[in-house]
Design a protein around this ligand. Structure first.
Ligand code: G1P
Length: 294
């Protein structure tokens, strides 16, 4: 465990997944670019990281993901046309949201070997400092922001943190599950972790919801990590080794907002409904239209 708490400046976004559950939509468009209201799913997650003070955004991409890179670049022709037509508001949004030059990095996961492998692909760009990891499929909707809550907790605990939230017992086999010292506390020490436990063997009903703060020592473990659940190189397996053999503390931060799994059709549709209802200029007319439909 490092002596001083280093600031969390960088965030990793694994975006190499194929998105087979959304075919044919994802044949030419990466699943992370599907829109929730008027922004790509990925942009919502980058916004969460930005709000938490992240300064460098690292995308682990794959083949056919080129538009992600374009999305976080300036679009000169479009901006000039908007300026010429006096579309000030649209232009302002594009310019405000553009990451500064040098704030983004892109690297490729060349084979779909699992989440642990995707994170390992970012090792050179992260370097020797703690980093945040955000799984873009999982939208975390709350007033304060999930990663902001975690950074606040990290300033107290240091070490490694994982966002967790309860799931019904019959769903624990779909996730990474943690055991903690106090399941009702906002921040609690993690005592056990298991990736996709078999029915009846989960240490609790708290699932790993897709937001992490990790220490760089994880990379050396990922490098040697054997395939685990589902035949993939699992991040959870290396986190277990970092906790048990590396003696690094892991804390769970309970997320109290709403989580939408945009990797599933229902989760994605519900995210659109929830995010539209949260938008002041859309909420009333959207609610009225949905009521009419129902
Ligand atoms: C991954 C993680 C798992 C976590 C989940 C959240 O699993 O391995 O621990 O609970 O994301 O979405 P995957 O969804 O890639 O199977």
């Amino acid at each position: 465990m490092p002596a001083a708490k280093k600031r969390v400046r960088k965030a990793v976004f694994p975006v190499a997944g194929l998105g087979t559950r959304f075919l044919p939509a994802t044949k030419a468009v990466p699943k992370e670019m599907l829109t929730v209201v008027d922004r790509p799913v990925l942009q919502h997650v980058v916004d969460e990281a930005k709000a938490a003070g992240i300064e460098h955004f690292i995308f682990v991409t794959g083949r056919n993901k080129g538009v992600i890179e374009d999305h976080f670049d300036s679009q000169y022709e479009l901006e000039r046309t908007l300026a010429e037509r006096g579309k000030k508001e649209a232009l302002e949004i594009l310019q405000r949201e553009l990451p500064a030059a040098g704030q983004t990095s892109f690297t490729r996961q060349q084979a779909p070997l699992g989440l642990g492998h995707a994170v390992w692909c970012a090792r050179e760009i992260v370097g020797d400092e703690p980093f945040a990891l955000l799984l873009p499929d999982m939208l975390h909707h709350s007033e304060s922001g999930c990663l902001s809550d975690m950074i606040a907790a990290y300033n107290g605990t240091g070490g490694n943190l994982i966002a967790v939230a309860p799931v019904p017992e019959d769903q624990t086999h779909q996730y990474g599950i943690v055991g903690v010292t106090d399941a009702s506390a906002k921040v609690s020490r993690i005592t056990a972790m298991v990736e996709k436990p078999k029915a009846g063997t989960a240490p609790s009903n708290l699932h790993i919801s897709g937001r992490y703060i990790l220490q760089p020592e994880i990379f050396a473990l990922l490098e040697k990590q054997e395939r685990g659940a589902g035949g993939e190189i699992q991040l959870t397996d290396s986190m277990i080794r970092l906790m048990d053999d590396g003696n690094q503390p892991f804390h769970a931060v309970r997320f109290d907002g709403s989580i939408y799994d945009c990797g599933s059709k229902i989760g994605f549709l519900m995210a659109n409904v929830a995010y539209a209802l949260a938008r002041e200029e859309l909420a009333d007319s959207f609610r009225a239209e949905v009521k009419r439909l129902l």
